[in-house]
Design a protein around this ligand. Sequence first.
Ligand SMILES: Cc1cc2nc3c(=O)[nH]c(=O)nc-3n(C[C@H](O)[C@H](O)[C@H](O)COP(=O)(O)OP(=O)(O)OC[C@H]3O[C@@H](n4cnc5c(N)ncnc54)[C@H](O)[C@@H]3O)c2cc1C
Length: 464
Amino acid sequence: MDLRVGTGALAERLSNLIGPRASLARGVLDQHGRSESYYPAMPPDIVVFPETTQEVGAIVRLCAEAGTPIVPFGAGTSLEGNAASVAGGVCIDFARMNKVLAVHEADMDVVVQPGITRKQLNAELRTTGLFFPIDPGADASIGGMSSTRASGTMAVRYGTMKDNVLALEVVLADGRVIRTARRARKSAAGYDLTRLFVGAEGTLGIITEITLKLHPIPQAISAATCSFPTLHDAVDTAIALIQSAVPAARIELLDDVMIRGINAYSRLGYQETPTLFLEFHGSEAAVAEQAQTAEAIAIEHRGRGFAWAKAAEDRSRLWHARDNTLYAGLGVRPGARAVITDVCVPISRLADCLTQTRRDADANGFIAPIVGHVGDGNFHMLILVDPDDPNELAGAKALQARMVARAIALDGTCTGEHGIGLGKVDYLQDELGDAVAVMRAIKAALDPNGLMNPGKILADGALP
Ligand SMILES: Cc1cc2nc3c(=O)[nH]c(=O)nc-3n(C[C@H](O)[C@H](O)[C@H](O)COP(=O)(O)OP(=O)(O)OC[C@H]3O[C@@H](n4cnc5c(N)ncnc54)[C@H](O)[C@@H]3O)c2cc1C
């Protein structure tokens, strides 16, 4: 086994600590170095599978003594190289810390370990009448979702991870364990450390316990699709829906290229034009009223073919198609890899940002399906590239850079939900200016030796 200098002794100490739950197996290392995006594989040197916070603390202390990088790992579904081991080191996989520790039904909150996935959590909550709504499509872990400040299809109604994490237990870079808050719904006690670690991508500390808000399962749910002649009409419908205070639970946009992809991938027959996927939650009467208003608004904006899915299996077919857009989009150009990028702008600027970006991709000859959480002003583009053609990859990155510059110029952000990871490092300064120096000071205070997920968010230097 080809280990970096000093890693052999650390491997022995880790294996003394947790036995076979410290792995050097090539397959395990490779599995933790891959991602769904275009980045080359960046495996760690060792993967450890702790079972308790105490073990995480002991692992961190051993790494600190050895000066070895630490990369936390949830489900590995992040899209900006967030969990890549750029400098090797020890990957902490939370698969064995996946328990629900306490459900407080009366308070509508739950305490979980970070490795539990959102689907596992909702399965465990089934009998309570409560659910956890944040849905990034992939079956991501709650630790990973907290660390990327994830959102997804239901953020327009229920908020993002930032709004739904009440408190965290965190192992710091020196092995100390802290709690960032109690379970109270609100608190004015000091700096908001919960929100500091939510979205920190494992660069400031390691989350070992999360307290989440829960929501009542709605009495009635109704979903619909509606197609539009242009992207502008679809976005104007989303804006009008929000301005008319219809509390839609999901407002998702798929452009014509993405619809072509999901028609082929999921064997569906949607009209191949920009299409909104909508969902409403509430009482039977409220959902019926919201649906009626939405249909009227869509028709005003040239929407046609409004198709309702009320039965649970029809809704699940509809959202299954939406959730598979990454794979469906890749199918539009077989053999391609995707440069997957997300930006978010104030919703009044969304139509401009979307249409200019679409034009830019077309003018430069890229096949680049678009899917957006348009209720939040957020959209993703999958720029499909030949992985063996460096010119195409360079062109795709240039297209991404223009998309980001456009979003920032419209007072938006270089990432609405995927995080900075490796892929957006170069844009943080453009977006936040001097605030980045404050971030560097926080990083230096909490991780003075730069061992926590190095190379992410604040790293300087070229992208891989
Ligand atoms: C098909 C598909 C669709 C997607 N759609 C969306 C979407 O709509 N919205 C969205 O927000 N995202 C989306 N994503 C991206 C992805 O699901 C999210 O980024 C998710 O939050 C990552 O969770 P994970 O468990 O896979 O984390 P990982 O990929 O394992 O890790 C993500 C980051 O969190 C850190 N981390 C993990 N666990 C911990 C911990 N315990 N403590 C500290 N740091 C930790 C890692 O080091 C890394 O920096 C999508 C991904 C796919 C594949």
